[in-house]
Design a protein around this ligand. Structure first.
Ligand code: BGC
Length: 767
């Protein structure tokens, strides 16, 4: 836990510099635009602790699998987002002395992430080894208005000394992933060039063959008298050296603009020409105009997604940080892109897609972004259906059954821990559930005819083959799984998995029915293409009606899995603080034998399928499972916060919320240096909107059941629902709903029907 970020409503601020915190700050102050991201590395050389990180969405490398004991079915290679060309590099030499903050005496230092306008600013005053002092102000952003452009404005001033200044602006493609399994580099040089416009570096990923072309223009000094650059080259590196004499206290402005283009969107042979065109357009606008467009693009995003919290500036900063990082990671413009658990802010989790997207992120984007944004997350999985079918086939499944990978970049499995890769199969359920959530929120049931049905049926086919009939129980069972609680492996009849499997079978039936009734031609096309046989439906029915669910009659609770009660029944309060976190203090063997739960498991099912359970049943399960849960996944507290809110336990709802709201800003888990917990940030948003405001969709209608955390004066959030934009404010005595745009909205607050239209505000007395 750290406490060095200054509270501010719209900014993340670090004052003073502690090298030991630099990697944490590099994650926190990351910038991105949905297509690419950049850790908050310094532009100039820094020899202290740092993870240089530039990432481009969808560009990955295949790292050779490294395991101690090979198991058939493991993927031979693992895909990872590849750390890409460093486009921000600007080295400075003052009379030959290289600026390196690790070797200077820092007199002032401040890093600010301006979330309102979407840029990073760093200012410092440093004393060089020569004894001379300089000041620097550097601003940069990845343009969200033009997502292939990055821009930097770097201003340097020698204090009270004249100097010969050398500026080296470079592109470095000789970059390695920190987590490379065999210390391999994944980039090979293709071409470079230095011309009147600037420097160009073209590199290609080994094996996966992605091309990345970066063209950078650097202007040093005032535009009327720009100083000319001399080219330097090294291995997969090209730079320009600018030399200029600077008088004492004269400001030198360096503007570096980069066009970062990949073969994902351009013909690899035309990368240079395309990047050149892009770069010219950006230079013509200039840094100030690009920054203005950036602010406008962010204003638009905030208008539809902002959450305002009055009375608690740290909470305000926390939620805006989460929303900001989510939009820096995913903007929904490209169905080939997704949301890695660390986004573009680090290499952990390989930048790959997990079930986190469907289970946690989809609800956020549904409410805060145009419909195509969340739709593209669904289309992403539809595009991967052939690989999911192939993946299932590798494991022995047949007839078009699909098992989506636990971790993926391109649809193939990219994970090789047997207990996760082969067993954590509940992920398939979240993918079908996200389709249902999307349709429930948007009303766009035709998505089923477009893409959804094939996915849903392939998933149902998987479950129908993965179950087996137990003669002993006279029930269907699902053996050898890992549930969401990864602190149990190879268990039988994980209640959550069995529940979501049956839900998928039922949903597939209703999806078939919908498409048959509403899109008969398409229905015939799809069922012919996937050789769907009517008997399958009957088989699914049979499985659904005869599924086994472990249950304890005495306590009146579903058991997390068979035999869960054989474990010594302790609670987290029995654990000495020195034993936590268990995953760092206990042997894996001890964790597996204990009753302790990593994250919501049975309760994840209660969250997803809440309509099936009354409050007394939820309360019993919450009271049993939560005290055994160590919340060692960042995805856990938000689900508990929402359930506590449902149970009207406002205090605990708020306490759980606090555990995620500033998870990274305060570095609760001492792991922010690896990157931010992007997917759990969506859970934090859910904590406010679904938890505190109690938002649900019931019968095509938005419903609320709000409360105000005692520590806040009020909170408000903006969402869109089926073409209508509203802002909801919860105050101590009332809820206000303001219509901002679109058709009239009929909604309910605690079952009371209400309407709002024409930019009016309705006030509802709820307290
Ligand atoms: C959690 C998984 C999650 C993964 C990536 C793990 O710690 O247990 O549920 O998918 O992190 O966020």
């Amino acid at each position: 836990m750290k406490n060095y970020i200054e509270p501010d409503e719209w900014k993340i601020i670090e004052s003073g510099f502690d090298p030991a915190l630099n990697r944490v700050s590099e994650s926190l102050f990351s910038i991105g635009n949905g297509k690419m991201g950049q850790r908050a590395n310094f532009e100039e050389t820094y020899s202290g602790p740092s993870l240089q990180g530039s990432y481009v969405g969808g560009i990955y490398c295949s790292d050779k699998t490294r395991v101690g004991w090979w198991k058939n079915g493991y993927p031979a290679t693992l895909d990872k987002v590849v750390n890409s060309t460093n486009w921000i590099g600007i080295d400075l030499l003052f009379d030959g002395e290289k600026l390196d903050l690790a070797k200077c005496r820092l007199q002032e230092f401040r890093r600010v992430l301006n979330m309102k306008e979407g840029f990073l600013e760093r200012t410092f005053r440093a004393e060089l080894a020569s004894g001379n002092a300089i000041t620097v102000t550097a601003q940069r952003f990845c343009s969200i208005a033009d997502d292939e452009i990055g821009a930097i404005r770097y201003t340097v001033q020698p204090i009270d000394f004249d100097t010969d200044l050398q500026v080296i602006s470079y592109l470095d493609g000789d970059i390695k992933n920190e987590d490379s399994n065999y210390d391999l580099k994944f980039w090979e040089f293709v071409a470079d060039e230095c011309d009147e416009l600037g420097i160009f570096l073209h590199a290609q990923t080994v094996k996966t063959g992605f091309h990345l072309g970066v063209y950078a223009h650097t202007a040093v000094g005032d535009t009327a008298h720009p100083c000319a650059g001399r080219m330097i080259r090294d291995k997969n590196y090209i730079g320009q050296v600018f030399e200029t004499s600077v008088a004492a206290n004269q400001e030198v402005v360096i503007e570096k603009t980069a066009a970062i283009l990949s073969s994902l969107n351009h013909d690899a042979n035309k990368l240079k020409a395309c990047a050149r065109g892009k770069l010219r357009g950006a230079i013509a606008k200039g840094f100030a105009q690009l920054k203005k467009e950036q602010a406008e693009a962010w204003a638009e995003k905030w208008e539809h997604s902002d959450i305002r919290i009055e009375g608690d500036v740290k909470a305000q900063q926390g939620i805006r940080f989460n929303i900001f990082q989510l939009f820096q990671t995913y903007t929904g413009t490209d169905p080939r892109l997704n949301i890695g658990p660390k986004g573009f802010t680090g290499e952990k989790y390989a930048g790959a897609t997990y079930w986190d997207t469907e289970a946690y992120c989809v609800p956020f984007y549904l409410a805060t972004a145009p419909q195509h944004v969340s739709r593209n997350l669904l289309v992403y999985r539809h595009r991967h259906l052939p690989q999911a079918i192939a993946n299932a086939a590798t494991l022995g499944f047949t007839d078009g059954a699909a098992l989506y990978p636990m971790v993926t970049m391109d649809g193939t499995e990219s994970h090789n821990e047997w207990e996760i890769t082969f067993e954590e199969i509940h992920r398939n359920g979240a993918i079908a559930l996200a389709i249902h959530h999307y349709i429930r929120y948007t009303g766009d049931a035709d998505y089923l005819a477009d893409h959804g049905l094939e996915v849903v049926v392939a998933i149902a086919r998987f479950w129908s083959q993965r179950v087996n009939w137990s003669e002993d129980k006279q029930r269907y069972v699902i053996l050898g799984v890992t549930g969401p609680n990864e602190y149990e492996n190879n268990v039988n009849n994980n209640w959550y998995t069995n529940t979501i499997a049956v839900w998928c079978l039922d949903y597939a039936k209703s999806a078939l029915q919908y498409v048959k009734a509403n899109h008969p031609t398409r229905y015939r096309e799809i069922t012919a293409a996937i050789s769907f046989a009517e008997e399958e439906r009957a088989h699914w029915d049979k499985i659904a009606s005869l599924m086994y669910y472990p249950y304890d009659e005495t306590r009146g609770i579903f058991l997390q899995q068979d035999g869960y009660l054989d474990k010594a029944q302790l609670t987290v309060s029995d654990l000495p603080a020195t034993d936590r976190p268990l995953n760092q203090r206990w042997s894996w063997d001890r964790i597996l034998r204990s009753c302790f739960i990593k994250q919501a498991d049975v309760l994840q099912g209660f969250y997803f399928f809440e309509d099936r359970f009354d409050h007394a049943t939820l309360q019993r399960h919450f009271d049993f499972y939560e005290p055994r849960t160590v919340h060692e996944s960042s995805l856990s507290p938000c689900i508990h916060s929402i359930l506590a809110a449902t149970l009207k336990d406002e205090q605990r709802a708020y306490e759980f919320y606090l555990r995620t709201a500033r998870l990274d800003l305060d570095d609760y888990n001492n792991d922010t240096e690896d990157g931010l917990h992007i997917t759990s940030m969506a859970g934090t948003w859910m904590g406010i909107v679904e938890g505190f405001a109690g938002m649900r969709i019931k019968d095509d209608t938005l419903c609320f059941d709000p409360f105000l955390p005692a520590a806040w004066h009020s909170f408000s959030f903006s969402i869109g629902f089926r073409g209508t934009a509203i802002t909801c404010t919860i105050r101590t005595t009332r809820m206000e709903v303001t219509h901002r745009a679109g058709p009239r909205l009929d909604f309910r607050v605690r079952d009371k029907p209400i309407q709002v239209e024409n930019q009016s505000t309705v006030v509802i007395d709820v307290f």
